[in-house]
Design a protein around this ligand. Structure first.
Ligand SMILES: [Zn+2]
Length: 259
């Protein structure tokens, strides 16, 4: 079986990820915030969408679901009970979702919002993680309804995926995140290289995603809150009550909000 994972651009900087099975021309759509670019892509490539998987309730992740259900009545929508869509399968942390004999684990990854989930799809032994707005390359989601501790716990869980696991965030924020990261860790050479690479890809309109977990552990300041260099970088900008990773994380998130 030949599976390909392809981004469709939407709005300013969203990626709607498609999991495409080239053996049978079927596709699964992750977080369709709008329907038109998805329908255009599916039509142009003669693909039949069989499923929609939702990570969280924000409009730029669910706004296209109803139109896709009207256009493709057989489509199977997977979502949490608190997501504002008409779901065929209601999932939560610990659920599994099946696709062509492959299995995706559902993890609760709250913090950006409550009831945010990620889908970890195992394809022939490699994990592909659709993490919505929990983790971005070089950064993480804003806290919009969740809280810093739950977002910290969610990112810590994602960071424990295997080194070669691939992360598929829903936004192209990589360069801006790395510019922020370098204000905290200016001597992080991997971060410097990642920023140069992201800027070049942005100019060429090439996605900087997906990224591996091993890469993120080195270049994502929000996954590095136990590093002395990060603690020192945060302390240079703001007062920390203590240097527990979750406290460093909360301070970093607040600094990024005002960056
Ligand atoms: Zn969101």
């Amino acid at each position: 079986m030949s599976i390909v994972i392809q981004p469709v651009r939407a709005f300013q900087d969203n990626y709607i990820w498609l999991v495409i099975n080239n053996s049978n021309g079927q596709a699964i759509v992750i977080d369709p915030g709008e329907a038109a670019p998805v329908i255009d892509y599916l039509s142009a490539n003669n693909l039949e969408p069989i499923g929609i998987w939702i990570t969280h309730h924000h409009h730029d992740h669910v706004g296209g679901v109803a139109e896709l259900q009207e256009t493709y009545p057989m489509i199977h929508v997977v979502a949490h009970s608190e997501h504002p869509v008409d779901a065929d399968q209601v999932i939560k942390d610990g659920s599994t979702v099946n696709a062509w004999g492959y299995t995706a684990q559902v993890w609760g990854t709250e913090g950006h919002t409550e009831n945010h989930v990620s889908y970890i799809l195992d394809i022939d032994g490699r994990e592909h993680c659709f993490c919505g707005d929990t983790l971005f390359s070089g950064g993480c989601g804003r806290i919009l309804g969740g809280n810093a501790e739950s977002l910290y716990n969610s990112l810590s869980r994602l960071a424990e995926l295997p080194d070669d696991a691939l992360l598929y965030p829903a936004h192209e924020y990589t360069a801006a995140n790395l510019r922020f990261g370098l204000t905290i860790e200016p001597n992080n050479e991997a971060m410097q290289h990642a920023l140069a690479d992201a800027q070049q890809k942005n100019e060429q309109h090439i996605p900087t995603l997906p990224v591996t977990v091993a890469h993120e552990r080195v270049i994502n300041v929000f996954l590095r809150t136990d590093e002395d260099s990060v603690i020192e970088g945060v302390e240079a900008k703001t007062e920390l009550d203590d240097t527990r990773p979750v406290s460093v994380f909360a301070a970093l998130r607040a600094l990024k909000d005002n960056f």
